[in-house]
Design a protein around this ligand. Structure first.
Ligand SMILES: *[C@@H]1O[C@H](CO)[C@@H](O)[C@H](O)[C@H]1NC(C)=O
Ligand SMILES: *[C@@H]1O[C@H](CO)[C@@H](O)[C@H](O)[C@H]1NC(C)=O
Ligand SMILES: *[C@@H]1O[C@H](CO)[C@@H](O)[C@H](O)[C@H]1NC(C)=O
Length: 259
């Protein structure tokens, strides 16, 4: 504030001297020089302050990340571990939940949920080629072939449901994770789980024996992963929607939902 007032003062001096129209006046030159020095100092000072703020912000971000990555026993890692355990504890397959999400080091429940959706999608994409492969070698007759063809469509539907759920959580914004969107996601994931079960039931109904068992083995992980995703989102809602159990620097509500 002082330097701003000083600047105004010099401005007045400058204007006053200009009014006298005496450009060669040494006191005018002196005033101008002082004005230039003041402005330069002010600009430098402002730049320095802004640079310090940016520098400090980057530094604290870095040290945060470094802490999380390099000290596995530090409190922040411990809390992300606790959050993962608490989410996976709510699933029917805690082991596959923990092993598929453990490497993420994410401490935000919504991030972990998004990751679980990606894991589910990847596994479903992997499984999607299985029915065709079985059709090529199965000789269980028309019934089995039809059931396998149904499986292909059902797995495709499950993929669409999980993919739609992922599309819901893109980017960061202010609108938050609304209850109706969460309900949409739960509906799609339930349907994706039912699709897979319907495929297995269909094979069982046509008495495909070995083919059904083989499909059950092939779909074991994808069934478990989708079931885990469903339990995780339910747990997040139970934990208070989107605002509980996260470290303060994570903004759970800052998830914009596009679906
Ligand atoms: C897992 O859930 C059970 C109850 O369902 C609870 O007793 C236990 O403390 C939970 N464990 C963790 C690590 O959250
Ligand atoms: C994909 O499935 C095959 C067997 O069908 C399995 O060997 C492979 O590990 C799976 N890949 C992933 C990423 O799950
Ligand atoms: C998921 O949806 C997006 C956009 O709707 C699409 O571009 C992408 O191909 C889909 N992925 C799969 C695996 O279906």
């Amino acid at each position: 504030m002082d330097s701003i007032n000083a600047l105004k003062g010099y401005n007045k001096v400058g204007e006053g001297n200009l009014d006298t129209n005496n450009n060669n006046n040494p006191s005018l030159r002196k005033a101008r020089n002082r004005l230039i020095i003041s402005i330069t100092s002010l600009v430098l000072l402002t730049t320095l302050i802004i640079a310090s703020i940016i520098g400090y912000a980057c530094l604290s971000d870095e040290s945060e990340d470094t802490r999380e990555n390099e000290n596995p026993n530090s409190a922040s890692t411990w809390s992300s571990d606790q959050i993962l355990k608490s989410l996976c504890n709510a699933t029917q397959h805690p082991n596959s939940c923990l092993s598929s999400l453990a490497n993420s080091h994410a401490s935000d429940p919504v991030e972990l949920f998004k990751l679980s959706l990606k894991v589910s999608l990847e596994e479903l994409l992997n499984v999607s080629s299985v029915p065709k492969r079985m059709m090529a070698k199965a000789n269980g007759g028309k019934g089995v072939e039809t059931a396998l063809r149904d499986c292909e469509g059902l797995i495709g539907d499950a993929i669409d449901g999980v993919n739609k759920s992922i599309e819901c959580f893109v980017g960061v914004g202010e609108e938050g994770l609304s209850e109706s969107k969460v309900n949409d996601v739960r509906t799609w994931l339930s349907a994706a789980l039912t699709d897979q079960q319907t495929c297995l039931d269909g094979l069982e109904e046509v008495g495909s024996g070995g083919v059904g068992d083989e499909m059950k083995v092939a779909m074991k992980d994808s069934v478990e992963f989708v079931s885990n995703s469903l339990a995780i989102v339910a747990r997040i809602v139970e934990m208070g929607g989107t605002s509980v159990s996260a470290p303060p620097h994570r903004k759970l509500l800052g998830i914009s939902v596009k679906c």
